[in-house]
Design a binder for this molecule. Structure first.
Ligand SMILES: NC(=O)c1ccc[n+]([C@@H]2O[C@H](COP(=O)([O-])OP(=O)(O)OC[C@H]3O[C@@H](n4cnc5c(N)ncnc54)[C@H](OP(=O)(O)O)[C@@H]3O)[C@@H](O)[C@H]2O)c1
Length: 343
């Protein structure tokens, strides 16, 4: 019997530490039981991963959910699943390709026509470490989708959000922002050799800087904006990385990571928390690491960088740098990426 004591206690310790680690990594569930009947939520990239589970949770709470996704079939399939799972019939699939300025404008025009209000905007969609792709308008794909697409979408929805106040904007960033650097001379990777990892980190740093600048511009409007890192979540986000594709990762690393990595349902909890928690109604311009407010990296607290990014982004997507002061006129991007960056 005694020869089994050591291996059994080692296995027990490993399991115990893993469970504790998992609890620590996952950060827990949204503590608020708030219902959001009568509120309208717009959420991007909601056909899969964190976005889909956020949409499901908010549908359970009674919200009217507008899911903006680039693939209409996948979006409708996810919306159908959520409607049937939650018995909430107010879950709608809408086409939104954040890699296309025209698609973003079409989406917003439909929302403005069909929706009386937008109470919660969740900028969730993301692409990570893709090859050196360009958006329809010539922007580097990760900067273009993760930051510029959401920058334009948010600005175009601001009048609706302001008229629905108190309202909330939630930007999904990542812990990856801590190693991010803004290269204002080459935001779109036109001059230097493309580095897919650095491009992702830059885009996630941009999410936090955008949050900071927008919060300042929205003071006194009743619209809040916060950024978050959802934790490490098992989703399709790694689809372009070698790790995700390799046999070694799925058979050996997969089971090991299982205890440490969140499910999409757990990964949705920070977004749900920022969307509904009563105590966060007036909290704005903050960064949350899972459910806890935390200082972001020093470069994400650089006010001058936040202002510069805002101005560069506005020029790139064809908005006036003063957009939050009033309505945004419909216009096409008026300058090429190269022209803009030369300014
Ligand atoms: N998973 C993590 O560990 C983790 C960690 C830190 C931060 N995050 C952030 O969390 C957010 C959600 O990621 P996830 O993990 O749920 O990843 P995911 O499962 O890959 O979901 C990403 C979503 O974004 C959509 N998307 C990509 N490009 C788009 C475009 N051009 N237009 C519209 N939608 C587009 C995807 O649509 P398709 O299905 O059509 O591609 C998908 O619905 C991202 O912003 C990510 O950076 C995730």
């Amino acid at each position: 019997m005694s020869k089994y004591i050591l291996p059994v206690s080692v296995i027990g310790t490993v399991i115990g530490v893993s469970v504790l680690l998992r609890d620590h990594v996952t950060g827990g569930a949204c503590p608020s039981k708030a219902k959001i009947k009568g509120k309208t939520v717009v959420i991007t990239g909601a056909n899969t991963g964190i976005g889909k589970e956020t949409a499901r949770d908010l549908a359970k709470r009674g919200g009217r959910i507008i899911m903006g996704c680039r693939d209409e079939e996948k979006c409708e399939a996810a919306a159908r699943e959520i409607r049937s799972d939650t018995c909430n019939h107010h879950v709608y699939a809408r086409r939104l390709d954040l890699a296309s300025v025209a698609s973003i404008r079409e989406f917003v025009s439909r929302v403005n026509q069909e929706e009386e209000r937008v109470d919660i905007l969740i900028n969730n969609a993301g692409v990570m470490r893709c090859p050196a792709w360009r958006t329809e308008n010539g922007f580097e794909m990760q900067f273009g989708v993760n930051h510029l697409g959401h920058f334009l979408l948010t600005n175009l929805l601001l009048d609706k959000l302001k008229s629905s106040a108190p309202s909330r904007i939630i930007n999904l960033s990542s812990l990856a922002h801590v190693v991010g650097e803004m290269d204002f001379d080459d935001l779109n990777w036109e001059k230097k050799k493309y580095d897919t990892k650095k491009a992702y980190c830059q885009s996630k740093l941009a999410n936090v800087l955008f949050t900071r600048e927008l919060a300042g511009r929205l003071q006194g409007t009743g619209v809040t904006v916060n950024a978050l890192h959802p934790g490490v979540v098992a989703t399709d986000l790694g689809r372009h990385t070698g790790m995700h594709q390799s046999q070694f990762s799925s058979t050996i690393l997969g089971p090991m990571f299982y205890l440490l990595v969140k499910t999409p349902t757990q990964g949705a909890q920070p977004s749900v928390f920022l969307a509904v928690a009563e105590e966060l109604e007036v909290v704005t311009g903050k960064y949350f690491d899972v459910l806890k407010e935390k200082d972001p990296a020093p470069q994400a607290q650089d006010q001058e960088a936040a202002r510069r990014l805002w101005e560069a982004s506005a020029r790139l997507v064809g908005l006036s740098p003063d957009t939050t002061a009033g309505s945004v006129p419909a216009q096409k991007p008026s300058v090429s990426v190269g022209q803009c960056l030369a300014r």
